[in-house]
Design a protein around this ligand. Sequence first.
Ligand code: CUK
Ligand code: CUA
Length: 765
Amino acid sequence: MKPFSKRTTSLLVAAGLGLGAASSTWAAESLQDVMKRRGLSQQDLLAASKTYVPTGKRDDFIAFSSGGQSGQVIVYGIPSMRILKYIGVFTPEPWQGYGFDESSKKVLRQGNIDGKEINWGDTHHPALSETNGKYDGQFLFINDKANPRLAVIDLRDFETKQIVVNPIYKSEHGGAFVTPNTEYVIEAAQYATPLANKKFVPLERFNEEYRGGVTYWKFDRKEGKLDPKESFSLELPPYSQDLSDAGKLVSDGWSFTNSFCTERYVGGIEKGRPPYEAGCSAKDTDYMHVINWKKAAELVKAGKAKKINGHDVLMMETSIKEGILFLIPEPKSPHGVDVTPDGKFITVSGKLDTHVSVYSFEKIQAAIKAGKFESKDPYGIPVIAMQDALHKQVQLGLGPLHTQYDSKQCVAYTSLYVDSQVAKWNYCEGKVLDKLSIHYNIGHLMTMEGDSADPKGRYLVALNKLSIDRFNPVGPLHPQNHQLIDIANDKMQLLYDMPLPLGEPHYVVAIDAKTLKPGIRYKVGTDSRTDKPHPGMVRAGEEKTVRKGKNVEVFGTLIRSHITPETIEVEVGDEVTINLTNLERAQDETHGFAVSTYNVHGSIEPGKTITVKFKADKEGVYPYYCTEFCSALHLEMQGYLLVKPKGYKEVKVAAAKAVYTKADYEKQVKTNVETQAVIDSVVGYITSVNYKDFPPVVALVEDATDQLNKAGEAKAKMDEAAKTSDWQNATLWAGQWWQYQVKAADIGLRAKTFLEQNGAKKTGK
Ligand code: CUK
Ligand code: CUA
């Protein structure tokens, strides 16, 4: 074990003293006792204190991780590594109603390919939208490698809004990568295929008719959508295009895509041929593709593209003639291409080479300008000699893959897959600075905003391919392992192992939490997937059920603890559409909606309107209910879908006998009057301070006022019933009045606590 620095020791002593002095009741165990009992070292304690986020405090960075084969995105905080959300993207996600209500289903179905529903994805690379090369916190993009698709997530509500299918590929890996102002989202093919849709070409014609490519998806920031009509691709040789990165600052306007298997080897072990992995790694070098995308976009505008499957494609011939496509050799089975924050260099690692190669954008441009090429590839693309483009090559270790950058000048981190290490090195001078062992077999790594023009340093996350013995065993399928590493000092320090129980997260991006500005409620009646007013929305009191022939459409609302309507009556065979609006304004008051055995579910956050649709194809009685524990009477947030037989005749049933008496009524009223006194005192406090200076409190007060208005309505109905000595209904309405009071009181107390904790001041009124 390493000795501790003086700083560490004094920090711990201070912490220990602090504990002893401050607490007498719960600190039966001292810090030293706990360390001994749990076998913790001083180093462990230091690491813990760097990741621990006390209750009520928040993380500094928010990470968006690919969810690999789960087809989702995982959101977690750094440094705590606490998981905050899974975002449904290519895979249905019932909690969010994703794929179980109509408008989210529409988004998911945009991902159908050739009419086929695809209900999963292999997500690899998330990318945050950028402005001037810096993360702006507005959008997230992610690719699906298995089915060549790209998705757009709006970071105002962390929901997937769009899926586009690549019109010419059958797989894709080099996405999503954005240009510095998110003009385009880059997506490159992986496994070459014929570009024309549904076209069979025998493998023997691989070199001639199979093709790779790179696509530039135009992003319309105002609409928050990719625009297929304005998007285009470059036809590329059947080299397996792998990852991409966009140039920035000095290299803005250019993009870089590495590749492997430029041997164009076709396996077929069944026919006695050596396998793919042998043939695809035979050569010493593969190619980096260097592309002038700005000029490419102009060429497409000028009509130089060819339509393939209705999509604009610049054919290789055109790209060569116009001088926008070049190749540079890169050592042995490269994986990963990463432009430095200043845009001056491009780092590439070869999985089967021990070096990382740093290319100079300036040298590349000089070679292009001088027309200095060492050769042409078989398709006529000019090849720049490696030595003419190289800035440095640095020996790092076995199996280098991906590189990320620090906030410190010239400092980079590269993952070493075979060595299971992270290498810290200087790309300006080409020297290794530090190495840290991780567990096990690291793929990508990620520093805070480390692929932007303005990296934040501080932490690094290692995304490991294996976790072997790091966690409690849970069967042969192990959790993934993300390890948090402190990179603030010269020496890297491993802080934390986080098991991720979802997919294989290839890449992750992390943004300063302050840059994100997600909303907490929708404008009432919003369809969140289209960001437009939902045609099925109604306000309180406007709820209705409309029947048109076999179609029954319900326009309902949700508010604690009540679903309107409480009964939906249909005939077997009817097509049922249920629109529901959550009328809440209070933060976090989401209601869920499920109908027994009809496979529908909605998540209806405050203000949202959703629609579920189904055919009532079986007679019977089906409860529906709210699926989020939203209030003390959440379990009572229920109703019945009655599916009657064809031509069913109503049977008169005697009304239920009254069970409540005048005494019950008076008892309830007494309770209500007492509750009102509590509410009045809370309201008294809130209005005595400057609550209007606290927007969250203003929202709570609005919500409470809503509840109290409803209480008034219930009370009026109670009074009416009492007038006719209808004690049954008078008691029930008194109970309803009380329900609204309780909710108002609950909200009021939350507001009061907030004000007290946030230093509200007396206004003297
Ligand atoms: S990839 Cu998986 S470790 Cu898809 Cu970026 Cu490198
Ligand atoms: Cu609404 Cu439970």
